[in-house]
Design a protein around this ligand. Structure first.
Ligand SMILES: [Zn+2]
Length: 217
C-alpha cells in the first residue's frame, strides 16, 4: 500500500485548486510512542499531515474542509504572525497555524494534534521550540477534555498521551497525575503495563527532554 498519494484539492476558503502530496489514510501504523506518535510512519508522513493553500495561506490537515470562520481567521494578524514566525521550523509554523484555526473554532483536540506534530518536527531538528509546542498541545488537549471532546480512543489513552507529553517536557509532577489516572482507567493487563511503564519513565528520569520549554509569551 502506498503511504503517500498525490491529490488535487480545492481550498475550501478561496477555491484555489492545488495538487498536494497526502498521507494515505489507510497507511499502516506499526506502533505508537506513548505520546501517540506513530514513529515509523511519521518519518515519511510528518511533512504531509498539513497542507497550506498557496493562495490564501489556509493551513489544515485537508484544505477541502474549513469552518465558516476560517475565511476571516486566515487574514488576522495573529494567524499571519504565527505562519511568518521564523523562530520555528517552516513545517512547525504550518502545523501551529492549523492549530490556531482549530483553537479559534473550538476544535481543541485537533488543535492539540497539530501542535503535537509541530513538536515532533522540532524534536527531530533538536529545535528549542519543541517545549513550547508541547505546552500548547497540553493546553489544547486539556481544553478538549474540559469540553468533553475525544483525544484518543478512551480515557486511558487520553491520560497516557498527555502524561507522556508532560514527561517529555520535564513536568514530572503533572505527568505523574496523568500516569496515575491512566492506571486507574486501565481495563486490562496490557493497559496496566503501559501505565506502569509511564510511571517508571517519570520516576526513573528516562526523559526524552531534548529541550526546555520556551516562554509562552
Ligand atoms: Zn485557499
Amino acid at each position: 500500500m502506498q503511504t503517500l498519494l498525490r491529490d488535487a484539492r480545492q481550498c475550501a476558503v478561496c477555491t484555489n485548486t492545488t495538487t498536494y502530496t497526502c498521507v494515505n489514510p489507510r497507511a499502516y501504523i506499526d506502533s505508537r510512542d506513548l505520546d501517540g506518535r506513530p514513529y515509523e510512519l511519521s518519518i515519511i508522513a510528518l511533512p504531509y499531515w498539513v497542507q497550506q493553500c498557496g493562495t490564501c495561506r489556509y493551513c489544515a490537515d485537508d484544505v477541502r474542509l474549513a469552518h465558516p470562520d476560517a475565511r476571516t481567521i486566515v487574514k488576522t494578524t495573529a494567524y499571519l504572525a504565527q505562519l511568518n514566525d521564523t523562530g520555528y521550523p517552516f513545517l512547525a509554523r504550518e502545523y501551529l497555524a492549523a492549530a490556531h484555526v482549530c483553537r479559534m473554532t473550538e476544535r481543541y483536540a485537533d488543535a492539540g494534534w497539530h501542535a503535537l506534530r509541530a513538536a515532533w518536527k522540532c524534536e527531530d531538528m533538536l529545535h528549542p521550540m519543541a517545549g513550547f509546542c508541547r505546552n500548547q498541545t497540553v493546553q489544547s488537549f486539556e481544553l478538549a477534555l474540559h469540553h468533553g471532546h475525544a483525544i484518543g480512543a478512551n480515557a486511558f489513552e487520553n491520560a497516557v498521551i498527555i502524561g507522556d507529553i508532560l514527561r517529555r517536557n520535564g513536568d514530572s509532577a503533572a505527568a505523574l497525575r496523568y500516569a496515575q489516572q491512566a492506571g486507574e482507567c486501565a481495563v486490562d493487563n496490557l493497559q496496566s503495563v503501559v501505565a506502569t511503564q509511564l510511571l517508571h519513565a517519570i520516576d526513573g528520569g528516562i526523559r526524552t527532554r531534548i529541550v526546555r520549554a520556551a516562554p509562552t509569551s
